[in-house]
Structure formats: C-alpha cells, structure tokens
Design a protein around this ligand. Structure first.
Ligand SMILES: *Cc1c(COP(=O)(O)O)cnc(C)c1O
Length: 454
C-alpha cells in the first residue's frame, strides 16, 4: 500500500515558521490563517484524487490577500461608470471627507443640539430629499433592496402584490423580486407574459386582497421585438381607480437630467414622481452618485407609516453612509453635481476624455516593457451597475498589445500594489480613460511597469 499523501503535508506550525521567515511583517493571526487554509485546500484536493499542489506557494498567496485591507482601492479602467463589482459610485471628495470626520469623532447623530435631548438621526436627510426631489416626504434605509422590503411589508403585508411577469427580475444574483416578496410576507400575483403585459391583465388581477401594484425597473436587461408594457402613469391610473397604491422600484434614479447625454428619461426621479406613484424607491450608489443607500420618496402619511414600521430600525443606514449622503444631496441641491464622480463621468465632454487618454498614453508608453506597444483608440462602454441596460457611452482608451497574452497582461495589472482592472478586447488590454479618478494615472504607470515581469 502506498503511504497516505496527506501525511506528507507540513504541519500548521511548520508552515507558520516558514512564513515568518519569508514574511516577517505578517502578524501571527495572518500566518496561522494562511497556513491552515493552504493545508485544508491541499487535503481537500487529495481527497478528490487531485494533486495537493504547492502548499507553500498557496500559503503565500492566501497570506498576501489577507495582508491587504479589504475592500481594497483599485483603479477602474474598464470604462464602466457603475461597475457592480467595483463598488458602484465613487463618492465626491466632500462626501467622503464627511464620512471620515463623523467616523473618527462623536456626532449629534441622535441629539438635538438646541434642547440637549434625544433627536432624530434623519431629520436633515429627510429635508434634503424633499428639497432635491420635490416629493412631499422621503426617508433612507440601508440599500434599495431594504427599501423595497420595507415598502412592501408596510403597505401590503399579508396581502397580494400584482407584478408583470416581464418585471420579475434578478439583480446581481442575490436580489430576486419574488424572494423579496416572500420575505415581506406578501403574496405575489403575476400578470401578463414575459414579453407582453396589458392594462386588462392588471385589471383582471385586482380583487379584495390586492394591497399594492408594483412596477420594477428592468435594470440589467432590455426587451425588444414583440413587447408591450403598462407605463407607470397608466399603472397609477389603474391603481387609483381601485384605491390601490402603486410602488415604483426604479432601481437606479438620478436628480440630474441626463437627457442631453442621450440617457433615457426613465431614470430621472422627478419624472417618476410626476407620474403619481405613491412610493418611488432607488439606490443611493447607482446613477445618483452617492453612498450605498435605499431612498424612498412619496406622500407624508405613507412615509410616516414606513418610519414607524418595526423593520425600519433593522434596515437603517449607518452613520458613515448617512454623512456621505447628506453632503451628496447638498451638492446636488446646490448645483454642484459635477463634484460627484458618477455624474461628472456621465456628462464629461468627449474631448476631455480623449485628452485624459492621451496624457495616460504618454505615461504608459514610458513604462511599457520592450516588445509591447500602445495607442489611443475610440471605445464604447456600458454604463453598467444595473442602471441603463443596453446603453453605452463613447469613450477613449489606451490599448496595449504585447508579447504576452491579453489575459496574462490583465492579470498582471490586477496584481499591482494598487490593482488596475482593465478591459480585454481580443489580444489587447484597454485602459479606458472615462472612469479614471485623481491619482489613477500614477497607479496605472506603476502597474504597467510590472508587465515586464510576465
Ligand atoms: C439595483 C436594484 C435593486 C437593489 O438595490 P441595492 O441598492 O443594490 O439593494 C433593486 N431593484 C432594482 C430595480 C434595482 O435596479
């Protein structure tokens, strides 16, 4: 009988001692975790009959990942303004400063400074939401999934919610409209078909048990061909004729009119409110350009009912995000929308993006290893982030081609001290200038130098 290969694996103590020699800067918890995980992975591989792999190299890699703060700052060179995997919107400098200030000190979060007694943490935000949107009342929760959960629970708990089959969407894998409904304790009534839903479908579904008519924005796909849907204004007419409230899950909403940029009016919050929906909800970190948040706008009585609901406490926003949202909304109200990176990127003239690409190209050319070349090209990138499906913005990028494959180059760029996430197109790696922020050019230059090692 051959000896059990698992017995040949080093012990945790031995691996930890070796890691201490190679990486004296690593804390003990980190060496222990990296050693344990590497050995567990090797054992798991052996149990399925696979080779154990290099357990020491694996421990190094795991340790390297654990040694970096998480989430880690990266450069978004994909051109996708709202990249779900890259944290969606970057904050304005003022908004992130506000989060830092409030985070590292005490604040009047729940204190009325005038009377010295307990106050509401949300009065300021509620006022700003009213001012920026024109809605009678507003409130915020942790994210838009929470906003929808709260709205459905409060307005339709125990009752039926009518939704078109064309809008039973899944967003990012863990958010599915039917699952949220179940958690909210409402009964889903599907109407219409995948591609076509008519007013008569809603009419036929309405009965004594109906609590809400729900419209859900198709944030990450577009339908074309033989399609029909009932618009928000028409849905509101149907609902109100029966005394039933209508909720609009807009997903991604903005207070900046982006029609000039060719973006659809769908996402403009004041237009949605003008349709007469009883509640409109959307994310703070999509087109709005702020921190993670779920924003709810509507009539004062409805919003009050949401605030009093027991779930409101469980779904409330943290003070760091709250401080950032407050400043973000002030900047929007005061006409300083271009301070928000998301808004600026969506509105920036093409000539400015091209100029940034050309300046980046000079740096890249200096840092590139021999045998590689770079050029400025015109590109198009989707807006992304579950916002405007099928919609692309023109941009400029620095295209790199070299002696190694585009996959290997993209991997090396992601491996840099400040990882650079680029787009791969055929045998080229594209560094899109649209989504670059202050300081990113230096980080890219440092990452490009590493291409000489692949
Ligand atoms: C993005 C999105 C959500 C989820 O919002 P989060 O802020 O990520 O929780 C819900 N509904 C729609 C239509 C969306 O686009």
């Amino acid at each position: 009988m051959s000896p059990d290969p698992r017995r040949a694996l080093p012990s945790v103590d031995r691996l930890m001692r070796e890691l201490a020699e190679r990486h004296p800067e690593w804390a003990e918890w980190l060496r222990r975790e990296a050693s344990r995980q590497a050995i567990a992975d090797a054992r798991a591989a052996l149990e399925t009959g696979a080779p154990a792999g290099e357990v020491r190299a694996r421990a190094d890699r795991i340790g390297m990942t654990l040694a970096r703060p998480s989430p880690l700052r990266v450069v978004n060179a994909t051109g996708v303004v709202l990249h779900t995997n890259l944290g969606r919107s970057a904050l304005s400098t003022a908004a992130s400063d506000a989060a830092r200030t409030v985070g590292s000190a005490y604040s009047d979060l729940e204190l009325d400074l005038e009377t010295g007694s307990r106050g509401s943490r949300l009065l300021g935000i509620d006022t700003l939401l009213r001012v920026v949107s024109g809605a009678p009342a507003g409130m915020v929760v942790n994210n838009n999934a929470a906003a929808l959960l709260l709205a459905l629970s409060a307005l339709a708990g125990g009752k039926e919610v009518v939704v078109s089959r064309g809008e039973l969407v899944e967003i990012g894998g863990s958010f599915r409209v039917p699952d949220i409904m179940e958690q909210a304790g409402v009964r889903l009534v599907e109407v219409g078909t995948t591609n076509r839903t008519h007013a008569r479908d809603y009419e036929a579904a309405i009965g004594p048990e109906t609590g809400v008519l729900l419209k859900v924005h198709r944030s990450n796909f577009a339908q074309s061909g033989f399609v029909a849907e009932v618009g928000l204004a028409e849905l509101v007419e149907i609902g109100h004729a029966h005394g039933i409230p209508v909720i609009d899950d807009l997903g991604s909403g903005t207070f900046v009119d982006l029609r000039e940029q060719g973006l659809p009016e769908d996402s403009y919050v004041p237009t949605r409110l003008a349709s007469g929906a009883d509640l409109v909800c959307f994310s703070g970190d999509k087109l709005l350009g702020g921190p993670q948040a779920g924003i709810l706008l509507g009539g004062a009585e409805r919003i009050d009912a949401l605030k009093r609901h027991p779930l409101a406490r469980a779904l409330r926003m943290g003070k760091l995000a709250l401080a950032a949202l407050d400043v973000t909304l002030r900047q929007l109200v005061e006409g300083d929308a271009d301070a928000l990176p998301t808004v600026r990127q969506l509105r920036e003239p093409q000539a400015d993006v091209e100029a940034r690409a050309r300046s980046l190209a000079e740096r890249v050319a200096k840092a590139l290893p021999p045998g590689s070349k770079s050029e400025v090209i015109e590109t198009r990138a989707p807006v992304g982030g579950g916002s405007l499906p099928g919609f692309e913005l023109p941009s400029h990028a620095v295209a790199i081609s070299g002696s190694s494959s585009s996959l290997a180059m993209a991997e090396a760029l992601r491996d840099a001290p400040v990882p650079v996430v680029a787009r791969i197109e055929g045998n080229r790696v594209l560094l899109d200038a649209k989504t670059l922020l202050t300081g990113d050019e230096e980080a890219i230059e440092a990452a490009v130098r590493l291409l000489g090692l692949v």
